[in-house]
Design a protein around this ligand. Structure first.
Ligand code: HEC
Length: 146
């Protein structure tokens, strides 16, 4: 009997969970002037490696649109945006900016972009040289914010 089959119920479950809403849209409203400003070289790194979880605009790859993978991805985006959103940079207070800037070099040295993300998105890995450039820029920006 098909209804007793493990695969039948697995399929039904997989179809059913697609309808569970989890509202983490790709695009959020925001003012363009609040976006972080950086030299083109740095902007390219940010967009390539950080924006999928730390900005208002991203594009989920197709496999991240399918539950349960989508829950995993959306959770990262939700928490990533909550901790640090480069699209809302000028809305942060000076203290918030300084605190985030303090955390960036440490985070790219250890766990940003998230290892589980890099596993599928090797292209987001920062080279040693890029990490150095990035940290140098962060240092400079810190002086400007102070
Ligand atoms: C796949 C999603 C993802 C990517 C890509 C990603 N992050 Fe994150 N990031 C997160 C999440 C989720 C958090 C918050 C929860 C946590 O700390 O695990 C976070 C937290 C942070 C924090 C805050 C750490 C703290 O303790 O205050 C910094 C800084 C940060 N990320 C920087 C970056 C930078 C810089 C990049 C690009 C080089 C990047 N992230 C790429 C998901 C991501």
């Amino acid at each position: 009997m098909i209804f007793k089959s493990f695969w039948f119920w697995t399929l039904i479950t997989l179809v059913a969970i697609q309808f569970i809403p989890m509202d983490v849209p790709e695009q959020l409203e925001g003012k363009a002037e609040n976006e972080i400003k950086a030299p083109e070289e740095i902007m390219n790194i940010l967009k390539r490696s950080c924006y999928v979880c730390h900005s208002n605009s991203l594009v989920y790859p197709w496999y991240d649109k399918i539950a349960p993978a989508s829950w995993y991805a959306k959770n990262h985006v939700k928490n990533g945006r909550k901790t640090l959103n480069f699209s809302l940079w000028s809305e942060y207070t000076k203290e918030e900016q300084l605190k985030l800037l303090d955390n960036i070099p440490k985070s790219i040295a250890i766990r940003m972009p998230l290892p589980s993300y890099l596993w599928l998105h090797e292209e987001a890995t920062l080279t040693k040289e890029e990490k150095q450039k990035f940290s140098k820029w962060v240092k400079k920006l810190k002086e400007e914010v102070k």
